[in-house]
Design a protein around this ligand. Structure first.
Ligand code: PLP
Length: 422
């Protein structure tokens, strides 16, 4: 019988990894307090819990102003709208990210222009970004993907040279730092998701960090149905102008949950960082495995998922086969997103949305050449679940044992995968 669990052998790990989100009596008490107060909603904006969350998040992440809102997609739409980026403007987005990074510009009326990634970090390649800049380019959305950060020095240099707005997509980067500066505090805006899988969560929620008080005030106004907000977004100010907005406020119940999560965050982040370093070392000894390069300017690593690359010809199988085998071994993992131009979740031309219908020439995915993202997404990337690291060194050891076991039996696995292929 095979040694591999996927072929009928014994699993490496039988104990499930710990569940996410974690919660205890404090979460129940926090929600109960809001329920009893009767102040459930986000209006008038910001409510007391929402205002406290903005303050505490700024203490944790750094930055000047925080506007708390419904999720980490509208954060990016609102950032672009607040900065005056809209109809027909081009916004650079990386090819390797969740669809939201590209759909948010369209919601603001702008055109996402997909840029290839740096194979060392899997984040936006600043050189590829510069090549994509045209007179219509108005903004750039680097994503700090999974466990890495985009080269913010190079991106900010582009922003200065070409007068671009920078919205950092930090949905994966709570707590991360670049040269000691919090992710999301370097660009004009930093967009954070608090959705259930994220390392700080309220179930659904988002926070937009803003560098300038007038941008924070505009963002607060846009998410509060257009009501005018004071500079910094700290409350209504009817001496200012109304504008077009919608209701993207967060409920006070959700804000209360995030306030408990934020108390737990520092200890969780320390453990993740230590266990990620432990994993880097263990993986660097396996042939055919490439640990993604951590830029030395990425001074604090705080990750959402731990991503590594394989070289299939050396490792012995493709990444999807490795992930399926790892899963069977009891190791929680994923192959990652598809490259944006092949992404089944990102199909703008099938919609009646204004942007793809007005500018179809930007959405000719078949003609796009994005070799680095394609290689990462179709052959190389392996995303290990954060829970693997929350289970401590035993959790990491089990994952490494399983990877080594799969590699030792890669020939048998590759033959079995070939037989199963259609
Ligand atoms: C990279 C990235 N950007 C943006 C988002 C959107 O966040 P939300 O789900 O809160 O809208 C997500 C995840 O969900 C994400 O992974």
């Amino acid at each position: 019988m095979s040694e591999l669990a996927i072929l009928g052998g014994v699993k490496t790990r039988t104990e499930p990894y710990p569940k996410w989100p974690v919660w205890d009596q404090r979460d129940i008490d926090a929600v109960t307090e809001v329920i009893k107060s009767g102040r459930w909603g986000g209006y008038p904006y910001p409510g007391p819990k929402t205002a406290e969350l903005a303050r505490k998040f700024l203490e944790m992440q750094g930055g000047n102003f925080a506007v708390v809102m419904a999720n980490g997609t509208v954060t990016m739409e609102v950032a672009l709208r607040a900065a005056g980026v809209g109809w027909g403007d081009e916004v650079l987005v990386p090819a390797y990210t969740f669809q939201a990074t590209a759909s948010a510009p369209m919601a603001a009326g702008a055109i996402p222009v997909i840029v290839d990634i740096d194979p060392n970090t899997y984040c936006m390649d600043a050189k590829a970004a510069e090549k994509a800049i045209t007179p219509k380019t108005k903004a750039i959305i680097p994503v700090h993907l999974a466990s890495n950060m985009a080269d913010m020095d190079a991106i900010m240099a582009l922003a200065e040279k070409y007068n671009l707005i920078v919205v950092e997509d930090c949905a994966h980067a709570h707590g991360a730092k670049w040269r000691g500066m919090g992710a999301g505090t370097i660009g004009h805006f930093g967009s954070f998701s608090l959705q259930s899988s994220k390392t700080l969560t309220t179930g659904e929620g988002g926070i937009l960090l803003c560098k300038a008080p007038e941008l924070a005030a505009k963002a607060a106004s846009i998410i509060d149905c257009g009501r005018p907000h004071a500079l910094g977004g700290g409350g209504e100010d009817y001496s200012l102008d109304y504008q077009v907005g919608g209701n993207f406020r967060l409920s006070e119940i959700a804000a209360a949950l995030a306030l408990v999560g934020i108390e737990r965050f520092p200890a969780q982040a320390r453990q993740r960082e230590a266990m990620a370093a432990y994993m880097d070392e263990a993986l660097s000894e396996i042939s055919g495995v490439r640990v993604l390069k951590r830029d030395e300017r990425h001074t604090t690593r705080s990750f959402y998922r731990y991503v590594f690359a394989i070289q299939p010809s050396v490792f012995g199988v493709e990444h999807d086969v490795l992930c399926a085998a790892l899963d069977a071994e009891g190791i929680d993992c994923w192959v990652g997103y598809e490259a944006m131009h092949n992404y089944t979740l990102f199909q703008p031309l099938k919609s009646k949305l204004a942007v793809p219908n007005a500018f179809p020439e930007y959405f000719d995915f078949a003609s796009m050449d994005l070799p680095e993202a394609t290689r990462a997404c179709e052959h190389e990337a392996v995303w290990l679940d954060e829970a693997v690291f929350r289970a401590g060194s035993r959790g990491v050891d089990d994952a490494v044992t399983a990877i080594k076991k799969i590699q030792a039996n890669a020939k048998e696995l590759a033959e079995a995968a070939l037989k199963r292929a259609p």
